[in-house]
Design a binder for this molecule. Structure first.
Ligand code: HEM
Length: 461
């Protein structure tokens, strides 16, 4: 009999967890690490349990992200990490910077500037301008009936350009050796008719993605311990992307006027109690995380959504490319319905999981846990739980559904950029569909785990 892979074992246990009367967690030995004895791994799959695990920071900590970042990025930290006074200070800085930007835009400030309607309107304008600029570059080829790569020539470029406006970082000025090696390997092993280019702006967008990709695997893909072979290349790539952030911190005047980089420089004087080294680490951490989330996570999510929209799975779910675009383009629909349409698409398109570390010896739903055990919250499986999503394979966007596609809706670690992401994704898809659409039968191809190619062509006149 063929040996079961860890993925097979996770799938088997997920099915068991979904059975009526199943325990909240099941141990998954296939994800444990013989080199780290005593650390057990449990899976959570039901929506209610995944949600509970993600919200209960007292029992389920995010400290693993900190440990993994420390291995490759020195003192740089994410907000997605254990709640510490340092994290709180960075939040205070970020909020102050956002308030400063709201004043610059002539808006009234709110306690959550990133969720304010005015801010979303501003993001929408930026996304529309950038999407149209990229499409203008693609139009001659589309008119000549040539195919374009939706992933690299559109999604990544739009996300990159929005990141440059909103965060202020622009990735490395010229592609570092790591990015050049990545592009070389991709181009010698993959023939899609459109080679990966490292020239100009596309080169900078690609470099940013290539440099951040190993880090995302290292930090978000690890359950117990990152494989040894991944650590050195991740450190190499991460050093390159941190250098790009440092370059812009050294010269904030070169960043766009309404970017976070400029705002952080402007509010520095209000944080006199924070010494220069600490300020630098905090500012670098904020910009690094937000640039990665907006530049890469949004581009990945766009690619995954486009793939689903054009797939037979969408038709089976009772929807498709045209129906989803029509829903997103409907100006008479409330923003909450647009958000739900993006979330519903992501629910059916993406396959995420999040990892937590048990903080103390305790029980969860009657299951005994030891400090240091890991719990893998199977977000994608929770999105298929009929208890939360009746008839889960049907496409049924509804603002009342409790989506976990960007983590829980509230609690200590809600996704800071979800409203930003949903806005950018909506605009990018609607603008793209005005002039192009997936080529018949086109599917998303990955290279090294990173979205790489999906053929789109001119929309019918
Ligand atoms: C579709 C795109 C996005 C997805 C799927 C996504 C997903 C997530 C998820 C799942 C979490 C929770 C992680 C956990 O609990 O372990 C999270 C947190 C976070 N996200 Fe996003 N995100 C997206 C876009 C963004 C954007 C655009 C930004 C910033 C501009 C952003 C900034 C953050 C931050 C700062 C946190 C940490 C919040 C905290 O721990 O306090 N995200 N995101």
């Amino acid at each position: 009999m063929p040996r079961l892979t860890p993925d097979d074992e996770v799938a088997r246990l997920t099915a068991e967890l979904m059975r009526p009367g199943a325990p909240a967690l099941l141990q998954c030995k296939a994800l444990e690490d013989a080199g780290v004895p005593g650390v057990r791994v449990f899976l959570a799959a039901r929506h209610t349990h995944v949600d509970e695990v993600l919200r209960d920071e007292a029992l389920f900590s995010l400290s693993l992200y900190d440990t993994l970042l420390e291995q490759v990025a020195g003192p740089t930290r994410y907000f997605v990490g254990a709640s510490t006074p340092d994290r709180q200070r960075r939040f205070t800085m970020l909020m102050a910077a956002q308030r400063h930007l709201a004043e610059q835009r002539g808006a009234s400030t709110t306690p959550s500037p990133q969720l304010a309607t005015e801010y979303r309107g501003w993001i929408e304008g930026v996304a529309r301008t950038e999407a149209r600029a990229v499409l203008t570059l693609l139009l001659p080829r589309l008119r000549a009936r040539a195919q374009v790569d939706f992933v690299r020539e559109y999604a990544m470029l739009v996300a990159y350009r929005v990141t440059r406006q909103v965060v202020g970082t622009a990735g490395p000025q010229s592609p570092p050796l790591f990015a050049r090696l990545f592009a070389f390997l991709r181009n010698v092993t993959t023939n899609t008719g459109i080679p990966l280019s490292l020239a100009g702006e596309q080169g900078r967008a690609m470099s940013m993605a290539a440099l951040l990709h190993p880090l995302f695997g290292h930090v978000f893909g690890t359950v117990v311990r990152s494989p040894g072979w991944l650590v050195a290349p991740t450190r190499w790539a991460t050093t390159g992307s941190l250098a790009a952030v440092d370059a812009v911190l050294d010269n904030p005047a070169a960043a766009p006027r309404l970017s976070l980089v400029r705002a952080l420089a402007a509010i520095r004087k209000d944080f006199g109690q924070v010494d220069d080294d600490c300020w630098r680490i905090d500012a670098r951490s904020i910009l690094f995380e937000l640039a990665g989330a907006l530049g890469i996570v949004v581009a990945n999510s766009l690619a995954q959504c486009a793939d689903f929209m054009a797939s037979p799975a969408a038709a089976q779910a009772g929807t498709g490319f045209d129906a989803i675009i029509a829903a997103l383009a409907d100006d008479s629909a409330p923003a909450a319905l647009h958000d739900a349409t993006i979330n519903e698409t992501m629910r059916l398109a993406a396959g995420n999981r999040l990892v937590r570390t048990v903080t103390k010896t305790d029980t969860f739903q009657g299951i005994a846990l030891n400090a240091g055990d890991r719990v893998v919250a199977l977000v994608a499986a929770a999105g298929q739980d009929p208890a939360a999503f009746p008839d889960p394979t049907r496409f049924a966007p509804d603002p009342a559904r409790s989506y976990l596609t960007s983590g829980p809706f509230d609690g200590p670690h809600v996704c800071y950029g979800r409203a930003i992401a949903w806005t950018v994704m909506q605009v990018a898809l609607v603008e793209a569909a005005r002039v192009m659409r997936p080529a018949p039968g086109a599917r998303l191809a990955l290279f090294g785990g990173l979205p790489d190619f999906m053929a789109w062509e001119a929309a019918p006149a």
